[in-house]
Ligand binder design. Structure first.
Ligand SMILES: NC(=O)c1ccc[n+]([C@@H]2O[C@H](COP(=O)([O-])OP(=O)(O)OC[C@H]3O[C@@H](n4cnc5c(N)ncnc54)[C@H](OP(=O)(O)O)[C@@H]3O)[C@@H](O)[C@H]2O)c1
Length: 227
């Protein structure tokens, strides 16, 4: 059982649909949060809503390689009991047609930003803290028309598995969450291409509830089948 009350968590991608749901639910359980997202305006609105639960905010564009260092600076010297990485972008289209800007943004936002951030804040994670990384079902079942997105999420999952082994001795738990398609509107905001027709997705609130339950109950992995 992980006690969230009084703990300090860094939530990256807090302005997104799943990130906001997670921030609300963590705050409701008494966690103190440092919130990060791309838009300062959206961050301020969320911080106003969550009030005293918010310890700080930091706007940073993960499309820029220096962003993870800016995020780390916002929590520098503070103990962290958790990190939730819920930032991400999606792109659609054939693997043979994807352009460089799309590949760079997918890699920077979905994978490299997280790896650099972990390098910067990993040592601040207290014993018994928890890391949640939002991968996706495509890490388990790479999907045609989403090859590059699938690759970033599979990379994230692989990184998380190795991280689990490295951090276990320090008492840090890494949960690789791989939700199926969820009705957040992400598929309507691709950085390239157009989404194919998709079946009805999961409810974002239910997906966030499932993740928070995994944090609290000490679960170690959240495969697509667990949602
Ligand atoms: N929805 C799904 O079907 C689904 C399924 C499995 C996994 N996931 C993953 O879950 C995570 C959250 O997705 P979501 O569905 O909640 O989508 P979302 O609402 O679009 O949230 C995405 C988040 O990423 C942030 N972001 C995007 N580009 C950024 C950049 N350059 N720099 C910093 N932040 C950036 C967004 O910031 P802004 O608010 O500024 O845009 C937002 O906070 C993603 O990693 C996604 O891949 C989603």
């Amino acid at each position: 059982m992980t006690e969230l009350s009084g703990s300090h968590l860094l939530v990256v991608g807090a302005t997104g649909v799943l990130g906001t749901e997670l921030a609300r639910k963590l705050a409701a359980r008494g966690a103190r949060l440092t919130l990060s997202g791309r838009s300062g305006e959206k961050l301020r609105a969320l911080a106003d809503e969550l009030g005293n639960a918010v310890e700080g905010t930091v706007a940073a564009d993960l499309g820029k390689p220096g962003a993870p260092m800016d995020i780390a600076a916002a929590v520098y010297g503070k103990e962290l009991n958790g990190l939730v990485f819920a930032a991400g972008v999606v792109a659609f289209g054939p693997a043979v047609a994807v352009d460089d800007d799309t590949l760079d943004e997918l890699m920077l936002v979905n994978l490299l930003g997280y790896m650099r951030l972990m390098r910067e804040v990993g040592a601040q994670l207290a014993r018994d803290s928890v890391v949640v990384q939002l991968s996706a079902v495509v890490a388990e079942s790479p999907t045609a028309g989403m090859a590059a997105y699938s690759a970033t999420k599979a990379g994230l999952s692989a990184y998380g598995k190795a991280l689990t082994l490295e951090l276990r001795r320090s008492g840090v738990r890494v949960i690789d969450a791989r939700p199926p398609h969820t009705e957040t509107g992400l598929a309507t905001r691709p950085i390239a291409g157009d989404a194919p027709r998709l079946a009805q997705g999961k409810d974002p609130g239910a997906v966030a509830d499932r993740i928070v339950r995994a944090i609290v109950d000490g679960e170690k992995d959240l495969p697509a089948s667990s949602f």
